[in-house]
Design a protein around this ligand. Sequence first.
Ligand code: COA
Ligand code: AMP
Length: 243
Amino acid sequence: MISVRMRAELKGIHVSGAERIVDEGQVERVVKELLKRPKDYNKMVITLEKLEEIYIIPKALTIYSYDFESVQSARNFAVKKLEEAGISRDLAKRAIELLEKGPNPKGGNMRGAVLMDVRTGERLEPDQERGIRTVRVDWKDRKSIKLALLKRGIKRQYLHRLLDALALATKNVYCGVLAELCWSDDPDYTTGYVASKNIGYVRIKPLKELNNPLGGRVYFVERDRVEEIINCLEKKAVLVEAL
Ligand code: COA
Ligand code: AMP
């Protein structure tokens, strides 16, 4: 199979990224689809890579959705869920504060996720401006998953995001991430999530105020597994089979 990856920049700033893992015969169709992803760009890079080995995850994390009246009550709920996932209250709050102020030490967003030591809260990613990215992950049959999500009442405008983020969070758990906190850096998108093996994929709205351009991801990990986890997140090709 082939890993098809697209990233686009506008005036030197990353504006869009997406990926697929497909049979060779699907590459043309998928490239055409990804070409349409960014609204505007002045540079786009498409990468095709032949994959030797692919691991199948039989089932995605179970989806739950919760809406709140205020960011504060949504964040309180996120903390409660992270506690259920085995993260201490103190660290869950610290992760939220980190995304709130912008996790890049130079200010603003990162290009990947924070790795947070689940015991001490220390940051373990080798480069704190870059972070770690989860790559080489897709659905085995994206179309059927899309239809199944529509049937469950997921609105069309949330579909792409949910598909991508659910596959990514499912791979993270498979790779050994104990829990994850995420909200988007897109100023128009306020739904975030927390995820882990036991709590599933918990969508929470609104985890930030509208028009706020800051976002990010925090992966809680055990320090002595960091190298193995980074290798899995970045390198291992994974397809998720079913919802
Ligand atoms: N954010 C910011 N910059 C990014 C980026 C991202 N998500 N992905 C790539 N870049 C930029 C960086 O400058 C990067 O250099 P760096 O490694 O020093 O950070 C450069 O592009 C090259 O990145 P690389 O990892 O070689 O890109 P790739 O060709 O392997 O493609 C993507 C990776 C774009 C597919 C992946 O990052 C991505 O965005 N996947 C989709 C994730 C997703 O679905 N997120 C949505 C969840 S809601
Ligand atoms: P997004 O959900 O695309 O708005 O991304 C939110 C944040 O997650 C970004 O600001 C990055 O810090 C981080 N991020 C983006 N892509 C990835 C990825 N592939 N893996 C891990 N973190 C990512």
